[in-house]
Design a protein. Structure first.
Length: 284
């Protein structure tokens, strides 16, 4: 049996995540009290129905705080019992969460007795801190729409075969650091095609920009150093049974240099590993 625990901040897309998993054949239960996780699985593990081969449950700050703190122990017990368990945690920038609640006019589940929305979000963050730290995969939905989130879940969770899932992600520093990454490489020191008027409106996926970057030895050196670093440390993560690694490359606008390098790294590792994905944050 495979179990996905979906958690995260209210307004970050937990319902979209569960709906996506349900569409992909998972048996889903939302807003499950943490204390009922083991009884639920005990009740369905004896079934021969394939309906229960893949299960996803939504667990969030509405659960008992003490039970949430014991979630790590619960996951360890399930692993010992042969249940393949992963925690997917969703979050977003507080300003975006406030805007989303304002647009939907829904009440935050942590609001009590007139508690301001900002304070409710901060309380929720504190309650879920242990779950967030334990997560196998963290997804920052600040700049994701529904379709982006569904696609990302399908690529990294649903269709992932056994082994490490490796994501290369390009981004622009002027739009902020990604909040869901394990390694960040700053490539702003490389020659910038933006200053070439004929290349300014193009991206690092287009032939003219690729040829421009290929003429600079410094770009090739940067590629080789990042490639070698990732190759050296992937076996260590695999030994520790890590399921997900995200490597982010950032340039100023996320249009040229980071896109080119992310694509090259993706092509290199795709030939070596089963679960390799690419995402260009500013090109979505």
């Amino acid at each position: 049996m495979k179990l996905i625990i979906v958690s995260g901040l209210s307004g970050s897309g937990k319902s979209v995540a569960l709906n996506t998993l349900e569409d992909e054949g998972f048996y889903c239960v939302d807003n499950l009290p943490t204390g009922l996780l083991h009884p639920l699985l005990d009740s369905i593990r004896g079934s021969r129905l394939r309906l229960y081969d893949r299960v996803a449950v939504g667990i969030d700050a509405r659960s008992d705080a003490a039970e949430l703190q014991r979630l790590s122990q619960s996951v360890a017990r399930l692993t010992e019992q042969g249940v393949e368990t992963e925690i997917v945690f969703l979050h977003a920038d507080i300003r975006v969460l406030i805007r989303r609640f304002s647009e939907t006019r829904r009440k935050h589940p942590m609001s009590r007795k007139g508690m301001p929305l900002l304070e409710a979000i901060e309380v929720e963050q504190a309650v879920l801190a242990d779950v967030s730290a334990r997560a196998d995969l963290t997804i920052d939905t600040t700049q994701l729409n529904i379709h982006d989130l569904r696609r990302l879940l399908r690529e990294r969770v649903v269709t992932r075969r056994d082994g490490l899932s490796l994501l290369f992600q390009s981004f622009g520093y002027k739009f902020g650091l990604p909040g869901d990454t394990d390694y960040v490489f700053d490539v702003r020191c490389l020659p910038n095609p933006y200053w070439e008027p004929r290349l300014r409106e193009k991206t690092g996926r287009e032939t003219e920009v690729i040829r421009y970057l290929q003429t600079h030895p410094l770009v090739e050196t940067m590629y080789q150093r990042i490639r070698d670093f990732v190759e050296e440390w992937i076996p260590c993560f695999e030994v520790e049974n890590r399921s997900y690694i995200t490597v982010s490359l950032g340039c100023t606008g996320g249009q040229h240099r980071s896109v080119y390098l992310a694509d090259r790294l993706y092509e290199h590792f795709r030939a070596k590993l089963q679960n390799v994905s690419i995402r260009h944050r500013e090109l979505q």
